[in-house]
Design a binder for this molecule. Structure first.
Ligand code: FAD
Length: 334
């Protein structure tokens, strides 16, 4: 097990952030050593993947843990593929598509690691990772033991799971490989892409669907390696239709998805679009021009500045619509 001091934590907002300790775990044996280290150093612990969904403080007064497990193993009899937590999610999806395994294609090109995918139950274009997981292998550093959680024990919901604010380190995930060979092309932006590209829907193959999703994403989302961001900064809120304030903007101006006769999910991007001209100006953080849900930095922003800007957006949205928006990425505090 490797322990380093005062190490910079990679993160896609490019916030300059150092950790008191940084530990890499590469084998199951390392977890025993890690247990000993944390019992001698009573400090907060943060597990990291690729840092594409973190809003970090300038200094993390604790132990940053990075599990590095890279293997991919297929069990054809059980229709399972076991994937190490540090495998890049997008590379894994490409491998599934290349092997003609369905179910993963709509999650193409989501940044980050396989190990982080269940934390907020990553999702896009009508698919969620929870539908593809069979079970998850973790180490619980509070109990000091290895556990396997079946997907039904993970409490998966929209952008949430049992893994948030928990003491579990995920080192391996067992995914299913026997989804039905059917593409899900129902999402509005996919339909639009198909019609504007004059594509015959009957000719779309698995690989085409994956390329299409990547093209749609590239047209609206900034590449975090060039323009620092963490993807969507706010979740879509589920609210009672009657509670939405329509004094300034009618319901028709919003994007809503019906939940039941009383509740709707409201698209946060549109809400932000409608108030963005009234926001304060910040030096190092802004809204991305092609997608109002994405906050971008110029690599000079601090956590405080990013969160102040996010607060300003939340307050304005609440003032106008009486809708509270929750922040999507993980905010790390000491
Ligand atoms: C441009 C862009 C687009 C994005 N698009 C989407 C999208 O379409 N859909 C979507 O859902 N998300 C999206 N995201 C968010 C991000 O890609 C996901 O949340 C991703 O799963 C984060 O992976 P990571 O390895 O970078 O995790 P990190 O940012 O390192 O960590 C995220 C959280 O997971 C925890 N964690 C990480 N690894 C482990 C582990 N092995 N064990 C236990 N806990 C762990 C961390 O403690 C933290 O709470 C986007 C981000 C960007 C930058």
């Amino acid at each position: 097990m490797k322990i380093l001091n005062n190490i910079n934590i990679n993160n896609s907002l490019n916030i300059k952030s150092n950790a008191k300790y940084y530990v890499e775990l590469r084998t199951k044996k390392d977890f025993n050593q890690f247990q000993e280290f944390i019992s001698n150093n009573k400090l907060p612990i943060l597990v990291v993947g690729e840092g594409t969904n973190l809003v970090l403080p300038n200094f993390y007064e604790g132990i940053v843990v990075k599990p590095i497990f890279n293997s991919i193993n297929y069990d054809k009899n059980l229709d399972i593929v076991s994937v190490g937590s540090s495998v890049n999610w997008s590379d894994f999806v490409t491998e599934m598509v290349d092997k003609n395994i369905y179910g993963y294609e709509n999650l193409s090109s989501i940044p980050g690691s396989v190990g982080a995918s269940p934390i907020q139950n990553i999702g896009a274009y009508g698919q969620e990772v929870s539908r593809l997981i069979n079970s998850i292998d973790c180490y619980d550093y509070k109990k000091g033991k290895f556990i396997k959680l079946h997907k039904d024990e993970c409490d998966f919901t929209y952008r949430n799971s049992i893994f948030k604010n928990n003491t579990l380190i995920i080192y391996n995930i067992n995914f299913i490989t026997n989804c039905k060979n059917i593409l899900n092309l129902e999402y509005e932006s996919i339909k639009k892409y198909i019609s504007t590209h004059n594509t015959n829907i009957n000719n779309i193959k698995l690989k085409d669907a994956s390329v299409m999703i990547t093209n749609i994403r590239n047209s609206i989302l900034p590449n975090h390696l060039k323009i620092p961001n963490v993807g969507s900064f706010f979740k879509n809120s589920i609210v009672k239709i009657d509670d939405i304030d329509t004094t300034k903007h009618s319901l028709n101006e919003l994007i809503t998805w019906k939940i039941d006769s009383q509740f709707v999910k409201v698209g946060s991007a549109r809400l932000i679009d409608l108030i963005k001209d009234d926001l304060n100006k910040y030096e190092n953080v802004n809204i991305y021009k092609n997608h109002s849900l994405v906050l971008i930095t110029n690599s000079k922003a601090s956590q405080e500045e990013v969160l102040n800007f996010a607060d300003n957006i939340k307050q304005k949205v609440y003032e106008v619509f009486k809708i509270s928006m929750d922040i999507e990425p993980t905010i790390i505090t000491n």
